[in-house]
Design a protein around this ligand. Sequence first.
Ligand code: PLP
Length: 394
Amino acid sequence: MSRSKYHFETNAIRTQTERSQQREHSVPIFATSSFVFEDAEQARATFASEIEGNIYSRFSNPNNDEFIQKLCLLEKTEDGVATASGMAAMFISIASFLKSGDHVLASRSLFGSTHQILTGLLPRWNISHTYVDIHADIASWEKNIQPNTRMIFVETPSNPGLDLLNLEELGKLAKQHQILFNVDNCFATPYIQNPTDWGADLVTHSATKFIDGQGRTVGGAVLGRKEVIDEVRFMARHTGPAMSPFHGWILSKSLETLSVRMEKHCQNALTLARFLEEQPEVTRVKYPFLSSHPQYELAQRQMRLGGGMLTFELAGGLGRGRRFLDSLEMLSLTANLGDTRSICTHPASTTHSKLLEEEQARVGITPSLIRVSVGLEHIEDIQTDILRAIEKSK
Ligand SMILES: *Cc1c(COP(=O)(O)O)cnc(C)c1O
């Protein structure tokens, strides 16, 4: 599955479920819970895994298979499992491999629900974790490896801090210690970085974000080598976090335009980042492909483009951040990201409000930090709306 004669864009479009007798050009939705067998022998052999074939949509479905086959080609992995949400993907990518007594080494800057899995759920099954600060060097990571460490789990760029982790160094460390290396690649997407280039064993996704890119569905995926995914498939098949065929169909269509959307997201984000750097009321702008980003060189090495997310800070603290949001006319106030529509969030008072100010600072959140998911509207309209809100919130 990981080899193809085609380029990224072509794979995203031309990987398609076999045409039916109806000769359709666009793939239909296989809205069926189960699949019929030709005869008793085919049923027996399919259940015995002697032949490949669909049995029941909790196990596999043509729409989800098409979505996963595309994603495998884009992420350079052999195999994968589609899940009903990004969190289902995160959870089974961890739970398929860990048992009582094991330990996870993770970046402190993680998506909120992933943090809840590590701190609130895994301890129930006697699985412990250690967090490493996003700015820590590779020696600190190595120092925190224990004899029972089974997995390293990271996200890069981080949310909302947009700090990067060095995937090459972490990949080597994981390999040296024979630890599974799991990378949540949701922020970057396979168009911008392929964690398998740097030794990732598992690549996890929330397809809800840039992969769908239009704010229509919730979905996820776990990808990796065949023998790794076999474990994940076993867990998925028997615990049931299956993606619905309708969402598999939508997300496979979404991948067809991933490359053009990401080019535009990144172009708009870089233009907006440079524009904000020139505004006197803006005290700081963070975007991986701005030369002022503290890890600009790493970003250039590890990422093909800077991504669709940026953050900035306004003079004036928490109240200013909230007034800014209330002054926006066009940009949406919503928890999603990676949408065609530009979105602003204020992490200090929303997504990360449960953290103490000191904990917020540790993951890069200051009181007036604004996170922007830069959409695909005309860049001048995005700039105008933000500038107007900056003025109004003074
Ligand atoms: C949104 C998100 C998730 C969770 O995905 P859902 O599809 O909302 O379940 C996980 N990781 C990251 C980095 C995310 O942004």
